[in-house]
Design a binder for this molecule. Sequence first.
Ligand SMILES: [Zn+2]
Length: 213
Amino acid sequence: MQEGNMMDGDFSCMPLPSPGEVNFEAQAPQARKRQSSNGVLPYAPVIRATTLANPNAIELYTYWKYTGKIYSVQTEGRESLREAREARKLVDAYKYGLERGSGGADFRDAVMDAMAEFIDHRGFWFFPTDSTEGHPNTKMLHFMAFVYALNIYPPEHRFEEDEFRAAFLNELENFPKDKTYRELWDGFMQDGRCRFHEHRTGRCWRAIYDNAA
Ligand SMILES: [Zn+2]
């Protein structure tokens, strides 16, 4: 216990992060929402959208087909519940996209973009690694491996699922050494998302929706 480091309030029941963890967190991506008090503007949602109808996965697909938006944003209940519900909705939507086979490829790419927006704004912890169970070698599995590699402090690297662990280690090994993890994430959000798209028809799904470009 390092009482001398205590600031205001009683945090005596919380373990203090180690210096290594503090250093890791200082260069890792941060949910934009948590940085807003430091003057960092929230990433403006482009793909995610709100509707009072709270569509299921099939309806999400239909709405997306006509608008280029993923209507996953939740409007009811406490904030933490809304966030958990949206993460679940996005995972379910991706699974529905898988059921559609090659015809669901553009939709899967769009859902992956919506997941990236959600994670950028809210943080990654709403998506457990079992979000990718039953996803043999999908782009979403590799995207989650990328997200986890950027966000999880190395001593906490414990993954039981072989395929996920292999994808995770592959990401980690290939990170450029001259950039912080936050820089890697920001670059990905700005113009790197096609890396985890399938582009089954030879072009990005966003190219067919002017308002979502
Ligand atoms: Zn693309």
